[in-house]
Ligand binder design. Structure first.
Ligand SMILES: *Cc1c(COP(=O)(O)O)cnc(C)c1O
Length: 419
């Protein structure tokens, strides 16, 4: 086999041997809770590895034990996800939130400090503010406007800089598309880390991954996904994934074994199917987003279009955009003229595009961040984040862009029609 094949070429077969499944071309769905050991010695050996009682011999694989620990659908999916991010290992979860919360629980202990970028996904924000701080984790935030020096000063001012353990970031930010520099976060982690206590950098790459951004290549230690979004891509499942080096993922998988929040075989099977079309879906979605953004930018009733493809080359974040991403992606936020009333009229008049939260799916979705995904954010913070009452967020699907533009145009006309 050619050794530098692209993920999209390997994704149909990687990690699967037909001979182990009656010659089936596709990995069957393994609906079983437990696996038969050939003999007691084998069972003992598998548990020694699973519980870390001894190191794996060269070429020794962890055998199948019990579906909370491992299952063929889970394992093949994890191997295939590693292709896109060029990661050593991957752990798949029953939701994006369980992926994120398990990582934060594994790498942060009471007394530690978390540095995180704001805004983050609402669920993550809630977990930080209403759970982590109740177990004694100090949480310090920064935004896309803060420089490396600003952030280092802020950490030093806490007088607990030696407690910094984890830097969590989400880029581009939802729903504003603000960019956070992953390499800068790596430098901050190295600044505060020591030989014995490394500071881990974790990136929620849901918005741009795994196709258009590879955080590990920019210095991150851990990548997290809501696989509900692009990776699943059909609005028919909830799942999450975490990728990184063998040592870090082993820790994450060990905690997952005892929290029991792995994805089910059926969810993994659906995700394996989704992965085969991931690249063509995402590319079509990005093309549609470019067409829609161009149309929106020319509409008199549209005040502002937040789309990475609109960053001009004289803008401060242009170099970062070019360095960190290979595409502007398929997420657009835009402000219509007026306030909530006009935004709602526009949303209520769409005929093809669905009014629903979530993103990255085959169908285009719109929602109103101020009253939906970001309803829980306090008014002042919303204002600082730029989440106004007239802001609408759109996730472009794989439809024909002429039809999407037709729909947006007729909904804009209906929203501003004088009756
Ligand atoms: C949806 C989402 C999550 C949460 O994922 P679930 O699969 O819904 O649990 C986390 N981060 C981002 C950026 C998301 O869009």
């Amino acid at each position: 086999m050619k050794d530098n094949m692209h993920p999209e070429s390997l994704i149909m077969s990687h990690g699967y041997q037909s001979a182990l499944s009656e010659g089936a071309v596709k990995l069957p769905l393994f609906l079983t809770s437990t696996f038969v050991f050939q003999n007691a010695e084998e069972g003992k050996a598998f548990f020694e590895i699973a519980y870390g009682l001894r190191k794996k011999e060269d070429n020794e694989q962890l055998g199948l034990i019990y579906s909370r620990i491992n299952n063929p659908n889970l394992e093949v999916l994890e191997n295939r996800l590693c292709l896109w991010d060029k990661a050593d290992d991957c752990a798949v979860f029953e939701s994006g939130m369980s992926a994120i919360s398990t990582v934060l629980l594994e790498f942060l202990k009471p007394g530690d400090m978390l540095l995180y970028s704001s805004p983050t996904y609402g669920g993550t924000d809630h977990f930080i503010h209403h759970f982590l701080n109740t177990i004694g984790v100090d949480c310090v935030c920064f935004t896309a406007n803060d420089s490396k020096e600003d952030i280092i000063n802020r950490i030093n001012e806490t007088q607990k800089a030696d407690k910094l353990s984890f830097i969590y970031l989400e880029t581009p930010a939802n729903p504003t598309n603000d960019l956070i520099d992953i390499e800068m976060c790596r430098k901050i982690a190295n600044h505060f880390g020591t030989e014995t206590k490394k500071v881990i950098v974790g990136v929620d790459n849901t918005y741009m991954g795994p196709l258009w951004c590879s955080p590990l290549a920019h210095g991150a230690d851990i990548v997290m996904y809501s696989a509900t979004k692009y990776i699943g891509g059909h609005s028919d499942l909830i799942a999450g994934a975490v990728l990184g080096n063998a040592e870090n993922i082993k820790r994450v998988k060990t905690l997952r074994t005892f929290l029991g929040n792995m994805a089910s075989p059926h969810t993994c099977w659906l995700l394996l199917r989704s992965l085969e079309t991931l690249k063509i879906r995402m590319e079509q979605q990005a093309r549609n987003a470019a067409d829609v953004a161009k149309f929106l930018s020319a509409q008199p009733k549209v005040k502002k279009v937040l789309y990475l493809g609109n960053i001009r080359d004289n803008h401060a974040s242009y170099a970062l955009f070019k360095r960190q991403y290979s595409s502007p992606g398929a997420m657009i936020s835009f402000e219509v003229e007026g306030g909530e009333k006009e935004a709602f009229k526009f949303l209520n008049n769409l005929k093809l595009i669905k009014l629903a939260v979530s993103l990255g799916s085959t169908e285009s979705l719109v929602q109103h961040p101020a009253t939906m995904t970001h309803a829980g954010v306090d008014p002042q913070t919303k204002k600082e984040m730029g989440i106004s009452e007239s802001l609408v967020r759109l996730s472009a699907g794989v439809e024909n862009s002429e039809d999407l533009i037709w729909d947006i145009n007729q909904a804009l006309e209906a929203a501003y029609k004088v009756s």
